[in-house]
Design a protein around this ligand. Sequence first.
Ligand code: GLY
Length: 561
Amino acid sequence: MILRLLIKLTHITIVLSFLSSCNKTKDIKAAVVSARKEASDIGISVLNKGGSAFDAMIATDLALTVCFPNAGNISGGGFLVYRTASGEVGSLDYREKAPLSAYEKMYLDVNGDVIPEKSTLGGLAVGVPGTVAGLVEIHSKFGTLPWEDLVKPAIDLATNGYIVTEKQERSLKSKKDDFIKINGKKTFYAQDFKAGDTVKNIALAETLKRISKYGAKGFYQGPVAEALVKRVREAGGIITHEDLIKYKPVWREPLNFRYKNLNIYSMGPPSSGGICLGQILKMIEPYNINQYDHNSEKAIQLIVEAERRSYSDRSKYLGDPDFNKISYNQLISHNYLNNRMKSFTFDLASESKDIKAGKIASKESEETTHYSILDKEGNAVAVTTTLNGSYGSKVFVEDGGYFLNNEMDDFSIKPGFANMFGLIGSEINSIKAEKRMLSSMTPTIILKDNKLYMILGTPGGSTIITSVLQTILNVYEFGMDIQSAINAPRFHHQWLPEKIEFENGVFDELSMKKLQDKGYDVKQEYNRVIGRVDAILVSKSGIITTGADPRGDDRASHIYY
Ligand code: GLY
């Protein structure tokens, strides 16, 4: 009881302290909201120099590589969803790919059993990185400032150093043994960095200088590529120079659907984010969820049952669209989704074993990062980018100053294999050379009555979709301001495992009891945060507000009128 009270008080304190970052008194002209203050400030400095949201994106992304090494990256991948001031919408897929010599059973032993940690830790876990190619592609289409000017702030940050936060100290400490196991005792991030210390990453500054001078070639060719391939090989991986040279990002149509008078653009496959978000919202739509109190038993039930059905579809029907036919229209069609909800009743929990869908969803971890940007012209950018696990594969390219991703683990490494979250794998997301692994990343831009309304996204593995969903509902259906919508306690259900996960100690016990009585497996004691949403909201009259998630070190930076 006392512990629960303390947790509640801590939560309230954090919430109050961060409410101050939601600026409602001065009029905001432009904003960058990201996982770190340094990165948001760098994005704003680019906007102040006359750069666009796309220019700010590049500088913010590279700054996160320096000061948020657990997820910021030049060696992972991501997705951009954008809407220009003139109303053009689009998305860029710069997701990692399986190396050319990857194959379906590469993580299985001779008996067909999964070899522990092979897809998560060490060189074999590394997918072909897409980030630098993605950023260069965005610059060539939308950049207004010179490329070098956008890379320079990250070079300066790596050279002069960033300050370690308390959360970062804990994060680095928790992974130190893995860093040493994979890279040896002398590896850069095995130093005991404490909160307040300055981290200067000179090797990364040198890598960024080459990227500044040579663009994508500075990463995928020459000495940086040499060091990368050598390090991956030493750590047991299979990436070659040919893999690096062949990597290309892909412009794709964003996933688009309506919810009431909202017009929502999000990421389509190879992310499951857009389709699942669309499915869940459309399953909820007929029920007018705002007739129930926020996070009340009935509101939770409705969301959970829609999530259960959507995540079961995710497992069977979603994968890389370049390798599979995806039934986009059917999956988010009104009739199909109404049918999916026919078995739902408020009286009793559904059981996931009765929810027919395919065989599964892929294995994911929770470290990713999202940022949202709006410039003064009205260009909107939502970007989610990842190394997959925290610090990816833990393989550190010592000469290059960066960690490599472990995105291969987002493939289904064996049909029926349950991961640490109880998710099991399926054929549509099996490993093939040059295939992209299924993601849950959900960078999203929403229009209301045809005007820009919301830019948002979050890290959180399989909880990404449900965190974005709850933030949208909190604002649109439950009338919260954007910061309160982000702060509000979250819950998550993903079909399998059967349980509903709740953030610690912040849900009403009576609702929990009622849910249990209806047959729901309720796990409130599970100690976790769900998502770290960074968002921008534009009111009907054009007033901009921002929300940065207090669960992380996330911060909003602004330009004012
Ligand atoms: N690696 C997390 C995701 O792509 O969903």
